[in-house]
Ligand binder design. Structure first.
Ligand code: NAD
Length: 476
């Protein structure tokens, strides 16, 4: 529950926007145009289930159409309301601008607890919701392209894509109406892991800059850093898994709906994930201490805190007790505007949501391009690339032969060098590049302007200027 005086999610986003825009030189009219949410469609529809009619409420909000299609996930949760989808759709506008994904911002949601319904019931509900949005072009390859968010995944996206195809039988680009689909339904390799992978790439980029590490009062590399993660869903699981398995981070705390696990020596992320899948929560997990009051574990000492569950979890009620010197917002809006003020004053470095979780929309962009081009990435060049590499390896092998004991190839060089990039490698490379460039654009402002002392304001400045330039180019 929100503590008293805590702004709503939407108000929080507006306050952060206002702080940034006050440092810019935009006309008041353009400033207002960029801030407001263009439209929010509310639909109430009935579905006959279990012998009676159930009425569901869903939303699709288009924050900004300065670029089309607009893009943004569809969330299934009981917390979904107009305020939430509008806040999330505004964040999508700024996120897409920051990582240069050519979309406007949108978001959708259905007020539902997905765990209360059988799979075939969820399919009926999803298809009906999709039908309502499709017939108003609120799902459309060139107008509005949803993706997964909390409570939805590949399965729901496949139902939506199929529903669109049924209603638009001659649209050759039908698959591009939604992203985050399974591979066999037009998806792309690496989309499921993308947001968590993006969080990993964001942290790697942060740790490439000694000045930034020092700002957080940290030292060294990611290796050995103590991490607490809230929410072991799609985003949190992949981020924690990659950071622990590939970068040497120690995951000391995992917070879920039914409490938290804590172990100073590190927790095995994959084991916990398997436990959650089997038992529905972290309770009873044998290899770490369980704390019934999960949220309190966010206040434990650690190097990096990764809120990856939902908005508003770090608020005016607990911000001053958060000890982590570095927070990376894997979820959307986990830190409220009030908490942001408290943390900034304490010197906590926050890598903001609009950047930190942009991996999802970045790879969604690649999937959309793949669907429109009707060809898998790497299909044309992979073998040709391998053949060219083979030429070099053959020459090196000749050298190897003549130089004998003076020189030889590193044992796994040949195998690694010969392998041409497939779709997954290309997607990861494109994502890594995107995360590095976007971080650098933020840090230039962070370090370059005396009136900017945090990455969030820097991120807003970069993205608002890009949105403003688009509107100006349209003659507004
Ligand atoms: P998900 O449904 O896969 O996972 C959410 C997890 O958080 C679940 O394991 C759930 O049990 C847990 N959780 C929910 N409420 C909690 C609470 N109060 N305390 C502790 N744990 C809680 O959702 P997701 O797709 O991983 O999304 C998580 C966040 O990341 C959301 O804010 C979403 O908007 C954001 N996000 C997701 C994507 C994506 O590609 N899926 C992209 C960008 C941003």
């Amino acid at each position: 529950m929100r503590p008293p005086k805590e702004p709503t999610f939407r108000e929080s986003v507006d306050m952060m926007f206002n702080r940034a825009v006050a440092l810019m030189d935009l006309s008041p009219g353009l400033e207002e145009k960029i801030r407001v949410c263009n439209s929010t469609y509310t639909v109430r529809f009935g579905v006959r289930l279990r012998g009676q009619i159930f009425t569901f409420t869903g939303y699709r909000s288009n924050h900004s159409e300065h670029m089309e299609p607009v893009k943004g996930g569809i969330r299934y949760a009981l917390s979904v309301d107009q305020d939430e989808v509008e806040a999330l759709s505004a964040l999508m506008t700024f996120k897409c601008a920051l990582v240069e994904a050519p979309f406007g911002g949108s978001k959708g949601g259905l007020c539902i607890d997905p765990t209360q319904w059988e799979v075939h019931e969820l399919e009926q509900i999803t298809r009906r919701f999709a039908f309502e949005l499709i017939k108003r072009d609120l799902i459309h390859p060139s107008q509005n392209v949803p993706a997964p968010d909390m409570g939805t995944g590949e399965r729901e996206m496949a139902w939506i894509a199929d529903q669109y195809a049924r209603m638009n039988t001659t649209d050759i680009n039908a698959k591009a109406c939604v992203t985050g689909k399974p591979l066999n339904a037009g998806g792309i390799a690496g989309r499921v892991e993308a947001t968590g992978r993006g969080v990993q790439y964001a942290l790697r980029e942060f740790f490439r800059h000694p000045e930034d590490i020092a700002k957080a009062g940290l030292k060294g590399t990611l290796d050995g850093k103590k991490v607490i993660v809230q929410g072991l869903g799609n985003v949190g699981y992949h981020a924690a898994k990659f950071l622990s398995e590939e970068d040497g981070c120690k995951i000391i705390g995992i917070i879920e709906r039914d409490g938290a696990l804590f172990d100073e020596n590190g927790i095995d992320v994959e084991n916990v994930r398997q436990w959650i899948i089997k038992h529905g929560g972290v309770s009873g997990y044998p290899d770490a201490a369980h704390h019934a009051e999960g949220a309190a574990v966010m206040e434990e000492a650690c190097d990096i805190l990764i809120p990856a569950a939902m908005e508003g979890v770090i608020n005016m009620g607990n911000a001053d007790r958060i000890k982590a010197p570095l927070i990376i917002e894997a979820a959307n809006g986990p830190v409220t505007a009030g908490a942001d003020d408290i943390l900034r004053k304490k010197g906590t470095v926050i890598i903001p949501d609009m950047y930190a979780n942009a991996g999802g929309v970045t790879v969604s962009y690649f999937e959309w391009v793949k669907n429109l081009s009707h060809i898998r990435f790497g299909r044309m060049q992979r073998r040709q690339e391998e053949a060219r590499h083979e030429l070099i390896v053959k020459e090196l092998e000749r050298l190897d032969h003549y130089l004998g004991d003076k020189w030889s190839m590193t044992p796994d060089f040949k195998e690694k060098y010969l392998r041409g990039a497939g779709e997954l490698e290309l997607v990861r490379s494109g994502l890594d590049d995107t995360m590095r460039i976007a971080y650098q654009s933020m840090r230039e402002v962070w370090h370059g302007r005396e009136d900017v002392d945090d990455l969030r304001t820097a991120a807003y400045l970069v993205s608002i200027s890009k949105v403003a330039a688009s509107y100006q180019a349209k003659g507004l």
